[in-house]
Write a protein that binds this ligand. Structure first.
Ligand SMILES: Cc1cc2nc3c(=O)[nH]c(=O)nc-3n(C[C@H](O)[C@H](O)[C@H](O)COP(=O)(O)OP(=O)(O)OC[C@H]3O[C@@H](n4cnc5c(N)ncnc54)[C@H](O)[C@@H]3O)c2cc1C
Length: 142
């Protein structure tokens, strides 16, 4: 009962949307998109949802880009479908500049906290290997 007043509910709706394209502004398409989502949810059984909303907070790719500086306002990288993602995620090492490394949700192996943690470990390993530093992981294990 800490999430909403008595006899009311807190509803969190998470939809998957593409990353921002150049010139695209979610302030412009936000209302239209909201309408599509609410219509779909009402059709799926949440009847009267639209008229029951008392307070609403929205998080769009614009918000995510502004708050966290995420590329294209995306949380799982700019390509989220499996075909493009599988073997084509940004690798830990830059293929253009030496001494440049990448880490985080849009890089190999992918988004989400467990994958991002793994990405940090893989990138640290790559740096250790390139600079012949003792591996932190191996040091702890050994
Ligand atoms: C609503 C929502 C729900 C989610 N739910 C889940 C979930 O249930 N489970 C799950 O595993 N994952 C979930 N995720 C995804 C997960 O949060 C991300 O995949 C993960 O946080 C990405 O980690 P990251 O380190 O790449 O980026 P971030 O966590 O975004 O960290 C990047 C950091 O860099 C900072 N930064 C950006 N630019 C600069 C700069 N120029 N200088 C200094 N600092 C800068 C940002 O402020 C931020 O703190 C969710 C994400 C969202 C938005």
């Amino acid at each position: 009962m800490t999430q909403a007043p008595e006899r009311k509910e807190n509803l969190f709706i998470l939809t998957h949307v593409p990353s921002l394209k150049e010139g695209e502004d979610w302030n412009v398409i936000e209302e239209q998109y909201r309408d599509v989502v609410l219509t779909k949810l009402e059709a799926m059984g949440l009847e009267g949802l639209r008229d029951s909303i008392e307070f609403e907070e929205r998080f769009t790719p614009n918000t995510i880009q502004q708050l966290y500086g995420a590329n294209g306002g995306s949380i799982y990288g700019v390509a989220t479908d499996r075909k493009k993602n599988g073997g084509f995620k940004i690798p830990a090492r830059s293929q253009i500049l030496s001494n440049l490394y990448f880490v985080g949700g849009s890089t190999h192996p992918g988004g989400g906290v467990p994958m991002v943690t793994l990405s940090g470990q893989l990138t640290a390993d790559a740096i250790n290997e390139d600079f012949q530093l003792p591996s932190i992981n191996k040091k702890h294990i050994g």
